[in-house]
Design a protein around this ligand. Structure first.
Ligand code: SF4
Length: 405
């Protein structure tokens, strides 16, 4: 029987403000008055050193709700809290339902675990032939290269191993991973993730990329990173110049709300694009953050303005303590239906469920096919109008007769 969870308040997503449709800088924000020189603010090492990672740090700047206060106290031994000053500045000071707060400030609901929730919802641990390398699909692998991130997302599917706060650690053996990849000639696509690979120094990251590029059958490299949003200062010209040596190299970023696309983020993303790195975005559908058509439309439009193609919209994995952030699948379908036909096709991500237990990504789509038989298909368009498409007449020529002649 599923656990009975306490009644969780259902926040309405914050209304979309006009300012969120624009690219603005929020600096120095909460650090106003501390006289931080612009070049210091723009230094990613300063940003990392000055992250918000304690209750006292938080309460210095914002008023916490009871749920947040208890969350910070109780959930710290599961997934650490750490927030870069850049990202912290996106927070609405007096709104406990602020969509940025919900992503990165722990809430007490994280300590409530439902029966159907899992610590490893995608079954990664059981698909690792060597530590840190997940081989689930035939021709591609997920290579976990670090367990640290610039900030920590409260719904992280890998919260069991990232941040170093929990009991389980991320075992990695890079040499064993390279050896496995050299031997497995069927692997043509490697996705670097973690943790956040862009948190590694340029030198460490280059060592990994150059080793992978030396393996002849690996055609395609990808990096999954939320650093362009959490810490755009890390997207330095030097990093971009190093990355461009390893093409074809794609980068998947992770933005959930239009406010995250600030002026600094736009500039960082443009730097990556200008070095020939194709960019995609993977959003997670989150209650009170982006479970709203207007917000999602604004997000995908701003992404295109930053030359980022919305790639996936994920139904949230069933990670332990995430019930308060989960959105019904019907809402995800409704959002996709609200985009399809109403805006550019390039703006519409593929909605997916990562099948619990390790079944891989399954596309979820609104049902546009009304009827289908051998002779025809009836489809409906974005306005709800139906159209008939005749199936090609495949029996017009008898192929046996042709063969005899
Ligand atoms: S950045 Fe990615 S790996 Fe890191 S906490 Fe967020 S979702 Fe998890």
């Amino acid at each position: 029987m599923p656990a009975i969870l306490p009644n969780v308040m259902e926040p309405a997503p914050s209304p979309i403000e006009d300012v969120e449709k624009k690219f603005v800088s929020h600096a120095p924000g909460f650090w106003e008055g501390e006289d931080i020189p612009a070049e210091t603010w723009a230094d990613y090492k300063w940003q990392l050193k000055n992250r918000i990672n304690s209750l006292a740090d938080l309460e210095k700047h914002i008023t916490l709700s009871e749920e947040e206060r208890s969350g910070v106290i109780l959930s710290g031994n599961k997934l650490a809290m750490s927030i870069t000053p850049h990202f912290f500045n996106l927070i609405e000071k007096d709104n406990p339902n602020c969509p940025i707060r919900r992503q990165i400030i722990p809430r007490v609901e994280e300590t409530w675990i439902a029966d159907y929730e899992m610590s490893d919802p995608c079954g990664e641990d059981s698909h690792m032939p060597v530590p840190g390398l997940v081989h689930r699909y035939p021709d591609r692998v997920l290579f976990l290269v670090t367990d640290r991130c610039a900030s920590y997302c409260r719904y992280c599917t890998r919260s069991r191993v990232v941040s170093g706060a929990g009991e389980q650690t991320l075992d990695m053996d890079h040499e064993a991973a390279f050896k496995y990849l050299e031997e497995h000639t069927e692997v043509r696509d490697v996705l670097l993730s973690g943790g956040d690979p862009l948190l590694l120094s340029d030198g460490k990251l280059e060592k990994i990329l150059s080793r992978l590029r030396a393996i002849p059958h690996i055609e395609f490299l990808r990096i999954g990173s939320r650093i362009p949003l959490f810490l755009p200062q890390r997207i330095t010209p030097e990093l971009c110049q190093m990355l461009q040596k390893y093409h074809p190299l794609f980068l998947s970023v992770h933005a959930n709300h239009p406010r995250e696309l600030t002026m600094e983020v736009k500039e960082g993303l443009e730097r990556l694009s200008n070095h020939g790195i194709p960019l995609g975005n993977q959003s997670v559908l989150i209650k009170g953050v982006n479970d709203d058509l207007d917000i999602m439309r604004s997000l995908v439009h701003k992404l295109l303005m930053c030359r980022v193609r919305p790639y996936y919209l994920y139904q949230m994995d069933l990670i332990e303590g995430s019930a308060h952030l989960q959105v019904p699948v019907a809402k995800g379908i409704e959002i996709i239906e609200g985009l399809r036909g109403h805006t550019s096709g390039y703006a519409i991500p593929q909605y997916v469920i990562d099948a619990p237990g390790g079944g891989g990504k399954v596309p979820i789509n609104p049902d546009y096919m009304v009827q289908r038989n051998e002779e025809r298909v009836i489809v409906r368009n974005y306005e709800g109008k139906t159209y008939e498409y005749p199936e090609p007449a495949i029996d017009l020529v008898d192929e046996d007769e042709i063969a005899v002649k």
